[in-house]
Structures are given as structure tokens and as C-alpha cells.
Write a protein that binds this ligand. Structure first.
Ligand SMILES: [Zn+2]
Length: 335
């Protein structure tokens, strides 16, 4: 009898513990911010899908599963600073074993938009970072079996010529998780993985950030300036050269900057373009956040105070009520 009670108590404690951690997952069919915001009034106290659509602040278009690119939103007049290794993206994992058999760049007069890595049929292919599968389908034009994953830092990774796709669209994946098997589907004459890195649907050379001999990242920050992609260290070393690229000084640009080292806020600020500067200063990092990500201990009152606004204003633009309980990592729009 005593034995039974102990089990019962243990079970109770266990289930209470689990209950406390229950996190209601999002409905991945919610695609637009408007839909998400509308749902806030319906489902209270849950982390909503906008939190589960990675880099929603970068991708202003609709989340779609059909194509590798559905809009052109990459802006050459905007500077982006993208972390490659943080809590949200997880630690980078090279997607497969194997040697490079063809590099990014012009190939027989055509642009080859990724790196090809030799594979055997059925070799496992894994996700490079944590993220959400945006696209997963077979027989997609020359790509054949393809998986596209969007990551929290705004990057998308593309895995093609797969013989098998092991994930579903809108599925959350972790770095290193199996997403498919290598093959030669689509336009491929040998078994290989075609691997692409993209930002806002714009392809860039994966060698910018990945060492294909050691399978490691070469940097923890990707900088995009004037439409070109640099590892932070390369950007710093070649800054004078980079600065020689003419910048139209009369344009006022948006500078988007994710910086999660000191604050969880995501910043979207207006600033002048990076103008040639001779001193070795990093790109501008001063910003006024447009969102606040809810942390432990946050209240609407605290957030309002921090950003010099009012609880009423926050409630109004976030369509929430003063007494609503905030969820961890909830994105609060700021005025
Ligand atoms: Zn290829």
C-alpha cells in the first residue's frame, strides 16, 4: 500500500512538473503576421506561430512551401549582421560526409549556385542548423528531391538531389537531425549532395562561412554589405577595400541587425549606409529595437518602462490585454 502511495505521489509530482513545462505548439498553417496576431485574441497565453517562423522580421513575404524563392526581397542597400552560432540556431553541423566534387561559381557558362559533395546512394543528410523546414518535396525541377530549411538568423540552407526526403514542410528540425538521404535525382549525373546557403532567397558562396576541408564554420558572424557576403573577419581585414565600393550617400537605408549577445531584442533600425571610414570601426550597432522578446520576469509594465511607452499602447498594438500572462520568448511589438 505504502509502495503504491509512493508511486502515486511520484506520478503526481512528475505530471505536475510536465504540466508546468507544457508549451502549446503553434499551428504551422498560420502564415502571416496578421493571422498570428489575430490568433492572439483567440488563444491566450501560448507562444504563437510567429515565434516558430524563423526570422519573421527579415522575411516580409508570406511563408510558402512550394518554391525555393517566391519573392525578391534581398536589398543591396542594406547592411545585415547575422549570427551563425547562437542559442536559436544551435551549433553548426556539416550536412554530410564526403569530398567537394564541384564548387560554387560559373561552370560551363552557367552559374552553379551551391557546393556539390560526393555521396553514396542513401547516405544520411542532416540539417546544418536548427530551423523550420520551409520546403520538402521530390522531383523539383533540376534539384530533384529537395529540402529547404529556414534558420533563425535569416539564412536558408538547401539540400538537393535527395533520393529520399525524411521531413515534412513546416516541421521543426534541430542541427544534425536527419532530413533525407543522398541520391542523384533531378539534374545530376552522379550521386552527390547539392548544398546551398541563401539569405533572403539570394544565394551566396557557402565557402564564405564554411571550411569544406574541416567541415567547420570559419566565422561566427556573416556580414552582408552592398549585396556582398563576408565572414566578419574577412570584412574587418578588407574593410578599406570593401569601403571603396561606391555607396550612394543620399539614400537612407534600413539597417537590420540581430545582435543576441547582450539583449534579446531584435532590432530593425534606420541608419545611413556604411560610408567609407578609414578607422577600423565595426559596422553600426546602435539601434532602436522594434520588438522585445519576453524574458524571465518580464511584465508589460517593465517592458513599457524600458522602451518609454505605456502598457495601454503595448496592449493596443499587440492586441493583448493588460492582465494577459506573457510567454517566454513572446515577441512584443514596440511603438
Ligand atoms: Zn550542384
Amino acid at each position: 500500500m505504502q509502495h503504491k502511495s509512493i508511486i502515486l505521489i511520484t506520478l503526481l509530482a512528475f505530471s505536475t512538473g510536465i504540466f508546468a513545462q507544457v508549451e502549446i505548439k503553434t499551428d504551422t498553417t498560420l502564415t502571416t503576421e496578421k493571422q498570428c496576431m489575430d490568433s492572439i485574441s483567440v488563444i491566450k497565453n501560448t507562444i504563437l506561430s510567429i515565434e516558430y517562423l524563423p526570422a519573421a522580421h527579415f522575411y516580409t513575404d508570406e511563408w510558402r512551401n512550394e518554391h525555393t524563392r517566391s519573392a525578391y526581397i534581398f536589398r543591396k542597400d542594406t547592411t545585415y549582421i547575422l549570427p551563425l552560432n547562437n542559442d536559436k540556431t544551435g551549433s553548426f553541423v556539416f550536412p554530410c560526409d564526403g569530398k567537394v566534387c564541384s564548387s560554387y561559381g560559373l561552370r560551363s557558362g552557367r552559374m552553379h549556385t551551391g557546393m556539390d559533395i560526393k555521396q553514396n546512394h542513401g547516405d544520411p543528410i542532416v540539417a546544418a542548423w536548427n530551423g523550420v523546414v520551409r520546403m520538402a518535396r521530390m522531383a523539383y525541377y533540376g534539384y530533384g528531391g529537395i529540402v529547404v530549411i529556414r534558420h533563425d538568423n535569416g539564412l536558408e540552407t538547401v539540400y538537393a538531389h535527395l533520393s529520399r526526403v525524411s521531413v515534412l514542410p513546416n516541421q521543426e528540425v534541430k542541427a544534425g537531425e536527419l532530413i533525407g538521404k543522398a541520391g542523384r535525382t533531378g539534374r545530376a549525373s552522379t550521386e552527390h549532395l547539392h548544398f546551398e546557403t541563401r539569405f533572403l532567397y539570394e544565394c551566396f558562396n557557402p565557402k564564405t562561412i564554411i571550411d569544406f576541408d574541416t567541415y567547420q564554420l570559419t566565422t561566427d558572424t556573416l556580414i552582408v554589405v552592398n549585396g556582398k557576403f563576408y565572414a566578419k573577419e574577412d570584412y574587418d581585414n578588407n574593410k578599406n577595400q570593401v569601403d571603396e565600393i561606391p555607396v550612394s550617400s543620399d539614400i537612407l537605408n534600413d539597417t537590420l541587425n540581430i545582435n543576441d549577445t547582450t539583449d534579446d531584442s531584435i532590432s530593425i533600425v534606420k541608419s545611413k549606409p556604411i560610408v567609407p571610414q578609414k578607422e577600423n570601426t565595426p559596422p553600426p550597432t546602435t539601434y532602436k529595437p522594434k520588438y522585445h522578446i519576453v524574458k524571465q520576469g518580464d511584465t508589460l509594465y517593465k517592458i513599457a518602462k524600458k522602451y518609454s511607452t505605456t502598457v495601454n499602447k503595448l496592449c493596443e498594438i499587440n492586441r493583448i490585454k493588460e492582465n494577459d500572462i506573457l510567454s517566454l520568448n513572446q515577441k512584443i511589438k514596440l511603438p
